[in-house]
Design a protein around this ligand. Structure first.
Ligand code: THU
Length: 158
């Protein structure tokens, strides 16, 4: 039997169109770009994570001369949040990238598969949806849950 999977998301022109808490999180992601250490790719990524208690935890990509030793902005934020505030649910993540000249690409960069998998696990641990906000220069996308950017999530916790 043929079936279809529908992915829901919202598209905005810019972060000013987001609700206030999402705009605040997006501005934090942009601010997180300051912490990016990306001398090898020159591709800077900032992420900001909203915790259930309202707290915002920032992350940015961290590279290394031994390339595989680096880590994406999203996982830096999620792992830092759970290391510092264990068990506090992670409810939303905003992500932005810039080229080496500091400009934000018109279309938002989308998280790599490994980061989506880690989001899926923290969403499961949270017991509620983690929304994902992808910030581009000409387009901002909001997904209400990780399932919408990672269909057929692998989940071994059960
Ligand atoms: N990067 C992220 O930080 N997040 C992603 O989702 C994709 C890629 C980083 C890793 C590396 O530092 C640089 O972008 C180029 O791949």
């Amino acid at each position: 039997m043929d079936e279809k999977l529908v992915i829901n998301y919202q598209r905005f022109d810019n972060i000013d169109q987001l609700e206030a808490s999402d705009k605040e999180l997006s501005l934090a992601a942009i601010d997180a770009l300051k912490g990016s250490y990306a001398p090898y790719s020159n591709f800077h990524v900032g992420a900001a994570l909203r915790l259930k208690d309202g707290r915002i935890v920032k992350g940015s990509n961290q590279e290394n001369a031994a390339y595989p030793s680096g880590l994406c902005a999203e996982r830096t934020a999620m792992f830092a949040a759970n290391a510092n505030y264990p068990g506090v649910p992670q409810t939303s993540i905003a992500i932005v990238s810039t080229y080496h000249d500091g400009t934000i690409p018109g279309n938002p960069a989308t998280p790599c598969g490994s980061c989506r998998q880690v989001m899926a696990e923290f969403q499961k641990l949270a017991g509620e949806n983690m929304s994902v906000i992808l910030i581009g220069g000409k387009m901002v996308l909001k997904f209400e849950k990780v399932d919408d950017i990672l269909p057929f999530i692998f989940d071994s916790l059960d």
